[in-house]
Design a protein around this ligand. Structure first.
Ligand code: ZN
Length: 263
Protein backbone atom coordinates (compact mmCIF):
# COMPACT_ATOMS: atom_id res chain seq x y z
CA UNK A 1 0.00 0.00 0.00
CA UNK A 2 1.46 3.35 -0.98
CA UNK A 3 1.20 6.63 0.94
CA UNK A 4 -1.87 7.72 -0.99
CA UNK A 5 -3.62 4.50 -0.09
CA UNK A 6 -2.63 5.02 3.54
CA UNK A 7 -4.14 8.50 3.44
CA UNK A 8 -7.36 7.22 1.93
CA UNK A 9 -7.58 4.44 4.49
CA UNK A 10 -7.35 6.86 7.40
CA UNK A 11 -9.94 9.25 6.07
CA UNK A 12 -7.96 11.29 3.60
CA UNK A 13 -5.67 12.76 6.25
CA UNK A 14 -2.72 14.86 5.14
CA UNK A 15 0.56 12.95 5.31
CA UNK A 16 3.36 15.48 5.59
CA UNK A 17 7.06 15.69 6.24
CA UNK A 18 6.43 19.02 8.02
CA UNK A 19 3.67 21.59 8.39
CA UNK A 20 3.36 24.00 5.46
CA UNK A 21 3.21 27.57 6.63
CA UNK A 22 0.87 29.12 4.14
CA UNK A 23 -0.04 27.01 1.11
CA UNK A 24 -2.90 24.52 1.08
CA UNK A 25 -2.23 21.13 2.64
CA UNK A 26 -1.08 18.66 0.02
CA UNK A 27 -0.81 14.94 0.50
CA UNK A 28 2.66 13.40 0.39
CA UNK A 29 4.39 16.67 -0.42
CA UNK A 30 7.00 18.68 1.44
CA UNK A 31 6.37 22.37 2.12
CA UNK A 32 8.45 24.80 0.12
CA UNK A 33 9.38 26.99 3.06
CA UNK A 34 9.29 26.08 6.76
CA UNK A 35 7.80 28.86 8.85
CA UNK A 36 7.96 29.84 12.51
CA UNK A 37 6.01 27.47 14.72
CA UNK A 38 4.72 28.53 18.14
CA UNK A 39 3.63 25.98 20.72
CA UNK A 40 1.30 27.26 23.44
CA UNK A 41 0.79 24.80 26.31
CA UNK A 42 -0.81 24.93 29.73
CA UNK A 43 2.13 23.07 31.29
CA UNK A 44 5.71 22.51 30.11
CA UNK A 45 5.29 18.73 29.89
CA UNK A 46 2.36 19.13 27.51
CA UNK A 47 4.42 21.41 25.32
CA UNK A 48 7.40 19.08 25.06
CA UNK A 49 5.74 15.63 25.10
CA UNK A 50 2.85 16.38 22.72
CA UNK A 51 4.21 19.24 20.58
CA UNK A 52 8.00 19.11 20.99
CA UNK A 53 8.63 16.65 18.15
CA UNK A 54 6.83 18.91 15.68
CA UNK A 55 8.87 21.85 16.95
CA UNK A 56 12.06 19.83 16.50
CA UNK A 57 11.02 18.91 12.96
CA UNK A 58 10.39 22.54 12.11
CA UNK A 59 13.91 23.44 13.26
CA UNK A 60 15.44 20.47 11.45
CA UNK A 61 13.93 21.73 8.18
CA UNK A 62 15.31 25.24 8.65
CA UNK A 63 12.31 26.88 10.31
CA UNK A 64 12.17 28.40 13.78
CA UNK A 65 10.18 27.73 16.93
CA UNK A 66 9.06 29.00 20.30
CA UNK A 67 7.38 27.24 23.22
CA UNK A 68 5.14 29.26 25.55
CA UNK A 69 4.15 27.63 28.84
CA UNK A 70 1.27 29.35 30.62
CA UNK A 71 2.30 27.83 33.97
CA UNK A 72 5.15 25.70 35.30
CA UNK A 73 2.95 22.71 36.15
CA UNK A 74 4.29 22.88 39.69
CA UNK A 75 1.31 21.08 41.25
CA UNK A 76 2.48 17.86 39.63
CA UNK A 77 5.15 17.70 42.33
CA UNK A 78 5.72 14.31 43.98
CA UNK A 79 5.33 14.08 47.77
CA UNK A 80 9.05 14.41 48.47
CA UNK A 81 9.57 17.66 46.50
CA UNK A 82 8.08 21.03 47.58
CA UNK A 83 5.77 22.59 44.98
CA UNK A 84 7.88 25.70 44.39
CA UNK A 85 11.05 23.63 44.04
CA UNK A 86 9.31 21.37 41.53
CA UNK A 87 8.22 24.42 39.53
CA UNK A 88 11.87 25.48 39.33
CA UNK A 89 12.79 21.96 38.17
CA UNK A 90 10.12 22.11 35.47
CA UNK A 91 11.42 25.46 34.26
CA UNK A 92 15.01 24.17 34.22
CA UNK A 93 13.98 21.03 32.33
CA UNK A 94 12.18 23.16 29.75
CA UNK A 95 15.16 25.47 29.34
CA UNK A 96 17.44 22.47 28.77
CA UNK A 97 15.00 20.74 26.42
CA UNK A 98 14.28 23.81 24.28
CA UNK A 99 18.00 24.64 24.11
CA UNK A 100 18.66 21.12 22.82
CA UNK A 101 15.99 21.51 20.14
CA UNK A 102 17.07 25.04 19.26
CA UNK A 103 13.79 26.75 20.14
CA UNK A 104 12.98 29.74 22.33
CA UNK A 105 11.23 29.19 25.68
CA UNK A 106 8.74 31.65 27.19
CA UNK A 107 7.13 31.21 30.62
CA UNK A 108 4.03 32.91 31.97
CA UNK A 109 3.49 32.91 35.71
CA UNK A 110 -0.08 31.69 36.11
CA UNK A 111 -0.44 29.24 39.02
CA UNK A 112 -0.79 25.62 37.98
CA UNK A 113 -4.46 24.48 38.09
CA UNK A 114 -5.53 28.15 38.19
CA UNK A 115 -4.80 29.37 34.65
CA UNK A 116 -7.60 31.89 34.08
CA UNK A 117 -9.57 32.30 30.88
CA UNK A 118 -10.35 36.00 30.77
CA UNK A 119 -9.56 39.18 28.88
CA UNK A 120 -6.21 39.64 30.62
CA UNK A 121 -4.87 36.19 29.77
CA UNK A 122 -6.20 36.31 26.20
CA UNK A 123 -4.58 39.70 25.57
CA UNK A 124 -1.32 38.55 27.18
CA UNK A 125 -1.13 35.60 24.78
CA UNK A 126 -2.21 37.91 21.93
CA UNK A 127 0.79 40.13 22.75
CA UNK A 128 3.12 37.09 22.76
CA UNK A 129 1.79 36.04 19.34
CA UNK A 130 2.30 39.56 17.98
CA UNK A 131 5.82 39.61 19.46
CA UNK A 132 6.84 36.17 18.13
CA UNK A 133 4.99 36.45 14.78
CA UNK A 134 4.53 32.70 14.17
CA UNK A 135 3.00 31.41 10.97
CA UNK A 136 1.78 28.24 12.69
CA UNK A 137 0.39 27.70 16.21
CA UNK A 138 0.02 24.31 17.89
CA UNK A 139 -1.91 24.12 21.16
CA UNK A 140 -4.33 22.04 23.26
CA UNK A 141 -7.52 20.55 21.88
CA UNK A 142 -10.67 21.57 23.77
CA UNK A 143 -11.81 18.03 24.60
CA UNK A 144 -9.97 17.82 27.88
CA UNK A 145 -10.92 16.91 31.43
CA UNK A 146 -8.20 19.29 32.70
CA UNK A 147 -9.43 22.84 33.31
CA UNK A 148 -6.03 24.37 32.50
CA UNK A 149 -6.01 22.61 29.13
CA UNK A 150 -9.58 23.72 28.38
CA UNK A 151 -8.71 27.28 29.33
CA UNK A 152 -5.53 27.20 27.24
CA UNK A 153 -7.61 26.20 24.19
CA UNK A 154 -10.04 29.08 24.83
CA UNK A 155 -7.27 31.60 25.57
CA UNK A 156 -5.45 30.73 22.34
CA UNK A 157 -8.70 30.85 20.34
CA UNK A 158 -9.33 34.43 21.48
CA UNK A 159 -5.65 35.42 21.39
CA UNK A 160 -5.40 34.43 17.72
CA UNK A 161 -8.46 36.57 16.99
CA UNK A 162 -7.10 39.55 18.91
CA UNK A 163 -3.60 39.17 17.42
CA UNK A 164 -4.99 39.51 13.91
CA UNK A 165 -7.40 42.34 14.71
CA UNK A 166 -5.84 45.43 13.10
CA UNK A 167 -8.09 47.83 14.97
CA UNK A 168 -6.99 46.44 18.34
CA UNK A 169 -4.09 48.70 19.31
CA UNK A 170 -1.43 47.04 21.43
CA UNK A 171 2.32 47.60 21.78
CA UNK A 172 2.98 45.48 18.66
CA UNK A 173 1.20 45.57 15.29
CA UNK A 174 -1.40 42.99 14.33
CA UNK A 175 -0.24 39.57 13.20
CA UNK A 176 -2.38 36.90 11.53
CA UNK A 177 -1.39 33.26 12.13
CA UNK A 178 -1.85 31.18 8.97
CA UNK A 179 -2.49 27.77 10.51
CA UNK A 180 -3.64 26.37 13.85
CA UNK A 181 -3.31 22.74 14.90
CA UNK A 182 -4.27 20.81 18.04
CA UNK A 183 -1.94 18.29 19.64
CA UNK A 184 -2.72 14.71 20.62
CA UNK A 185 -2.67 14.54 24.43
CA UNK A 186 -3.86 11.66 26.64
CA UNK A 187 -5.69 14.25 28.76
CA UNK A 188 -7.40 15.94 25.78
CA UNK A 189 -8.76 12.85 24.03
CA UNK A 190 -12.51 13.62 23.82
CA UNK A 191 -13.51 14.00 20.15
CA UNK A 192 -9.90 14.38 19.04
CA UNK A 193 -9.88 13.48 15.34
CA UNK A 194 -6.43 13.77 13.77
CA UNK A 195 -6.21 14.73 10.10
CA UNK A 196 -2.54 15.63 9.71
CA UNK A 197 0.40 13.28 10.20
CA UNK A 198 3.96 14.61 10.50
CA UNK A 199 7.02 12.46 9.88
CA UNK A 200 9.25 12.92 12.96
CA UNK A 201 11.77 10.18 12.22
CA UNK A 202 14.72 12.57 11.60
CA UNK A 203 14.25 14.17 15.04
CA UNK A 204 12.83 11.25 17.02
CA UNK A 205 15.94 10.51 19.13
CA UNK A 206 16.57 14.21 19.79
CA UNK A 207 12.96 14.70 20.91
CA UNK A 208 13.30 11.71 23.29
CA UNK A 209 16.45 13.29 24.75
CA UNK A 210 14.60 16.57 25.25
CA UNK A 211 11.69 14.83 27.00
CA UNK A 212 14.13 12.99 29.26
CA UNK A 213 15.03 16.25 31.04
CA UNK A 214 11.62 16.09 32.75
CA UNK A 215 11.29 13.96 35.93
CA UNK A 216 7.69 13.13 34.97
CA UNK A 217 8.89 11.65 31.65
CA UNK A 218 11.12 9.32 33.63
CA UNK A 219 8.22 8.19 35.86
CA UNK A 220 9.50 9.98 38.96
CA UNK A 221 6.38 11.99 39.78
CA UNK A 222 3.27 9.88 39.36
CA UNK A 223 1.48 6.90 37.97
CA UNK A 224 1.22 7.83 34.31
CA UNK A 225 3.89 6.33 32.02
CA UNK A 226 4.57 9.37 29.82
CA UNK A 227 7.65 7.86 28.19
CA UNK A 228 5.91 4.60 27.23
CA UNK A 229 2.72 6.35 26.12
CA UNK A 230 4.15 9.06 23.86
CA UNK A 231 6.96 6.96 22.39
CA UNK A 232 4.44 4.19 21.60
CA UNK A 233 1.97 6.71 20.22
CA UNK A 234 4.58 7.93 17.74
CA UNK A 235 5.02 4.34 16.51
CA UNK A 236 1.25 3.78 16.23
CA UNK A 237 0.76 7.07 14.35
CA UNK A 238 3.73 6.13 12.17
CA UNK A 239 2.04 2.83 11.27
CA UNK A 240 -1.07 4.71 10.13
CA UNK A 241 0.84 7.26 8.06
CA UNK A 242 3.54 5.13 6.50
CA UNK A 243 6.35 6.69 8.53
CA UNK A 244 8.50 5.00 11.15
CA UNK A 245 7.54 7.56 13.79
CA UNK A 246 4.88 10.26 13.41
CA UNK A 247 2.90 12.87 15.30
CA UNK A 248 -0.81 13.22 14.56
CA UNK A 249 -2.41 16.67 14.73
CA UNK A 250 -5.94 17.95 14.31
CA UNK A 251 -6.32 21.03 12.14
CA UNK A 252 -8.64 23.84 13.12
CA UNK A 253 -12.01 23.43 11.41
CA UNK A 254 -11.73 26.86 9.77
CA UNK A 255 -8.72 25.79 7.73
CA UNK A 256 -10.30 22.56 6.45
CA UNK A 257 -12.42 24.47 3.95
CA UNK A 258 -11.34 24.05 0.37
CA UNK A 259 -12.17 26.54 -2.37
CA UNK A 260 -12.18 24.59 -5.64
CA UNK A 261 -13.44 25.29 -9.12
CA UNK A 262 -14.08 21.58 -9.61
CA UNK A 263 -13.37 18.24 -7.98
ZN1 ZN B 1 -1.10 19.59 31.39
Amino acid sequence: MNRRSFAQSIGGAAILSAIPSSSALTQSSAPSRPGKLMVIAAHPGDGMFTMGAVLAKQIERGGSGVMLSLSLGENGAPKNIPVLEYGTMQRKATENATRLLGVEAIFFDYPDAEIPFNQESSLRVCDAIRECQPEIVVTHWSGSWHKDHQNCYLIVRDALFYAALKTLVRSRPAHAVSKTFYAENWEDAANFAPDTYIDIEPVYEKWLQACDFYPMWRGQTGFFRYNDYYSSLSIMRGCLSGFRHAVALMSDSNQRNQRLQSL
